[in-house]
Design a protein. Structure first.
Length: 205
């Protein structure tokens, strides 16, 4: 369980809903660790459920290696949807920390701003929580610290095609799947949870 100014409850992908004229962040998908007690989500993996009772599984995100550098994303029946990979340390100066692979499509990676020909800013730190609309393919992670300067979007691209965009702001931080694109939403959920879980327990790179 967690407690913050957004409320108490299990870690979850949350959507904004009006209740009695007040906007609340209601769980849409529940994040359940799959590893041993005390293991990070990156090293132990996790599963996403559509209900708190864990009767409607959406997907599993499990590490392929002990270090949690590569994760297999599978649907509720165990069929592979794709994978999420941590960028090797030698390439993190030009690429952000995670990339996506979906069968039948090229790898999607996010070049850093300066790697695209101009100065860029690294993503700011702060505890995040998913506030996105699962139905509308949007994930929003709200920062606790709202005093930071605006940051530039981060775009995961496969060739010239943008499939996922991270839109930081002084308030919420948004992960948006490209409309009518081919990216499986489960890969976007996996990347967002892995990326933000590093903020919960360690520095994000």
């Amino acid at each position: 369980m967690r407690a913050s100014k957004r409320g108490a409850g299990a870690h979850a992908l949350r959507v904004p809903r009006l209740r009695g004229g007040v906007e609340l962040m209601v769980p849409a998908l529940y994040i359940v660790p799959a590893g041993p007690e005390g293991a990070s989500l990156r090293q132990g993996g996790f599963r996403l459920y559509e209900d708190e009772g864990r009767t409607r599984p959406l997907c599993s995100v499990l590490p392929r290696d002990p270090g949690g550098e590569h994760h297999r994303v599978a649907d509720a029946a165990g069929r592979e949807a794709g994978s999420v990979h941590r960028t090797p340390a030698a390439r993190r100066l030009v690429r952000h920390g995670w990339s996506l692979e979906q069968p039948g499509h090229p790898e999607a990676a996010a070049p850093r701003g300066w790697a695209e020909g101009g100065p860029g800013r690294s993503v700011g730190r702060g505890v995040g929580k998913v506030l996105g609309s699962v139905v509308d393919d949007i994930l929003s992670l709200g920062a606790e610290d709202t005093g930071a300067a605006p940051l530039k979007p981060v775009r995961w691209r496969a060739g010239e095609e943008t499939v996922l965009t991270f839109r930081p702001s002084q308030g919420p931080r948004w992960y948006e799947v490209a409309p009518d694109g081919w990216l499986d939403k489960r890969l976007a959920f996996a990347l967002a949870v892995l990326r933000e879980s590093e903020v919960w327990g360690a520095d994000r790179r």
